[in-house]
Design a protein around this ligand. Sequence first.
Ligand SMILES: Cc1cc2nc3c(=O)[nH]c(=O)nc-3n(C[C@H](O)[C@H](O)[C@H](O)COP(=O)(O)OP(=O)(O)OC[C@H]3O[C@@H](n4cnc5c(N)ncnc54)[C@H](O)[C@@H]3O)c2cc1C
Length: 369
Amino acid sequence: MNQRSYDVIIIGAGIVGLCTAFYSAKAGLRVAVLDRSTPGSGTTSKAAGMLGIQAEFRSPNPLYHLAKESIALYKTLTNELLEYQTTSLDWTSSGAIKLAFTHSEHKQLSDIQPWQVQHGDRAELLDRQSLQILAPAVTKEACAGLYFPNEVHVQPKQVARAFEHSLYELGVDVFPYTTATSVSSNRVTTRTDTLYGEQIVIATGHESIANTPWPVTPVKGEIIKVRPRRQLSQQTIFYNGWYAVPKQDGEWLLGATSTHSEDTTISVNGVLELLTNTQAFLPDLRDSEITAMWSGIRPKSTVDSPFISPHPTLHSVWLVGGHNRNGILLGPITGKCVTERLLGNEVNDAFTSIKAGEHIEHHHQSEKS
Ligand SMILES: Cc1cc2nc3c(=O)[nH]c(=O)nc-3n(C[C@H](O)[C@H](O)[C@H](O)COP(=O)(O)OP(=O)(O)OC[C@H]3O[C@@H](n4cnc5c(N)ncnc54)[C@H](O)[C@@H]3O)c2cc1C
């Protein structure tokens, strides 16, 4: 890589960096994106891929509205990305059911349903009997469910691959195996080179870069993939933070643990927790074949919500991240909102902005190459 200059250099090619590169290139900016490994191979490749907007939010908070905008973008992207001869996103309209086992859980579901319907989403309360008719594999101990017929999931690795391929078509320079070691205004230093950019976007997930404050804390999540021996439900099933997602290949993802840690080993405890909690609502999982398991590190924001923020001290440098458990869902709207800022447009959205002088953690620095 020789000294080259760009309108925007994006550090990190996870879902956030890829979506930002995509919308920036489409807006006519000259874009470079670099990743210390291959595009999409970070936390993005570990996600379950649920675009779980209705199951995720308990109140109509600002992120709920952003998530709805992101889903709308995904709907266009499913066709648009194919125009760049990319792979499909494995868009699956499975619907989802959130379960209740107790009176108070039933009440919580009853509270969620009205505001979602008011916001134009479909949400149907199911009593025990209608739950059994819709999803007979769910344990009879569940007394109610809230059914979201329009919930969708995708295959995150394919989403990342689709964006990556479209970037080549859009003329973006993609640099895999390129670690940014430091950033200053208009300049990114890698182990071997210097790149120049009018603006720089840091989108490094749970890792930070030297001299860059990064308001993110790592939250480890483990997932088990299984092939059931018999037909389970058609829908994604949620209970109490645990979920089971039916994938297009006939296998199910059981997720996910949540531990404040950056250690990616798969623990006996994690596996035990996952299997115990998901079998409790889908008992027929018990004789499934385990086909894979993995863990990933969610980038949880320490400033409440995902951020798109000017660097507190470096001019023309943007910090973008903190998407925690919703990065796949919020990727497209994030990329679009970052692009608006790069173009100098006024944006009024729900992403957090970090004020100069605000205390933010200086988290683990990337040393891997
Ligand atoms: C178990 C699990 C299940 C999940 N399920 C879902 C789900 O169903 N739906 C959903 O919406 N979200 C889900 N998530 C969350 C989602 O995966 C994340 O929010 C999202 O992937 C974060 O994307 P990112 O681009 O910020 O980070 P990453 O994907 O980690 O990308 C950051 C990139 O930056 C690169 N990088 C880091 N440092 C440097 C450097 N110095 N120089 C160059 N490159 C660098 C890394 O190599 C990496 O590729 C899940 C997460 C986990 C762990």
